[in-house]
Design a protein around this ligand. Structure first.
Ligand SMILES: NC(=O)c1ccc[n+]([C@@H]2O[C@H](COP(=O)([O-])OP(=O)(O)OC[C@H]3O[C@@H](n4cnc5c(N)ncnc54)[C@H](OP(=O)(O)O)[C@@H]3O)[C@@H](O)[C@H]2O)c1
Length: 238
């Protein structure tokens, strides 16, 4: 047993987009680790199979600022604290340089950037108070580079922005023990990329990301992991 790791018991973790894909895998893993969870989903009825004594199922619609506020308030009312935020909810829309609508660009920005920004601002006072607050922003290898013309430039732009936001949050919470990780997976086998041409054929299971988040939440304040790329393919510097 490694000494000095943070333990799950009594820590309250919020996870956005917990209904399916990576978010559901993280929720299940953290639930079995023993964390108390506040799960955000557009339809909370999708959140079944959790111990209701230590799980809150809340409505969270990324495009609705009021739902973020209500979710954070409900979490504090229910459990009295917030120890962690996993900004996971996200979308992929194809907006390439020469085709794709501006409306899709706006939707990408609202869901992938504005919603995490809002949740970070709302939770930061609670994370600071918690003593060892933790934030994991699920970015992407697309946060680090523009791979080629098959990519959605809109998606790539939002993930770069989320990476910048992660570093800003790291500075905002550092003195109060808040640590922030931009977790940057390559292709993960979920609905987000199913049937998409140009995406890597080798894909990770969502459980691998969940396992990584579980590990990150145990690290003490003096072991900050600001960026963590996990790639399925060979690329320079990634
Ligand atoms: N899959 C990959 O290859 C990959 C790689 C790198 C990073 N990522 C990132 O990982 C995160 C999770 O993606 P995933 O692969 O698990 O995708 P997914 O299977 O499509 O799941 C997306 C999740 O986000 C939620 N969501 C979508 N739009 C929302 C909105 N407007 N308001 C609230 N929740 C919303 C969905 O909820 P509903 O069930 O209500 O639709 C769902 O829970 C995303 O940020 C994505 O960019 C994915």
């Amino acid at each position: 047993m490694v000494e000095g790791l943070l333990k799950p018991a009594g820590r309250v973790i919020m996870i956005s987009g917990a209904s399916r894909g990576i978010g559901a895998a993280i929720a299940k893993r953290l639930h079995s680790d023993g964390y108390t969870l506040s799960l955000g989903a557009r339809d909370p009825r999708t959140l079944a199979g959790y111990d209701t004594r230590r799980t809150l199922a809340a409505r969270f619609e990324a495009k609705d600022a009021g739902s973020a506020e209500a979710w954070v308030d409900a979490t504090v009312e229910c459990f009295g604290r917030i120890d962690g935020l996993i900004n996971n909810a996200g979308i992929l829309r194809m907006v390439r340089f020469d085709d794709g609508e501006e409306a899709a660009m706006t939707e990408l920005w609202d869901v992938n950037v504005m919603a995490p920004f809002r949740l970070l601002r709302l939770t930061m006072p609670h994370l600071r108070k918690a003593g060892h607050g933790r934030i994991v922003n699920i970015a992407s290898t697309d946060a680090k580079r523009y791979r080629d013309a098959s990519s959605s430039v809109g998606y790539v732009m939002t993930k770069h922005a989320l990476l910048a936001l992660s570093h800003a949050a790291k500075f905002a919470g550092w003195d109060d023990g808040v640590r922030v990780t931009a977790l940057m997976p390559g292709a993960v086998e979920t609905g987000l990329i199913s049937g998409l041409a140009g995406v890597a054929t080798t894909r990770m299971r969502p459980d691998i990301i969940a396992h990584t988040v579980s590990f990150l939440l145990t690290l003490p304040d003096e072991a900050s992991v600001a960026e963590l790329p996990i790639n399925t393919r060979l690329e320079p510097s990634l």
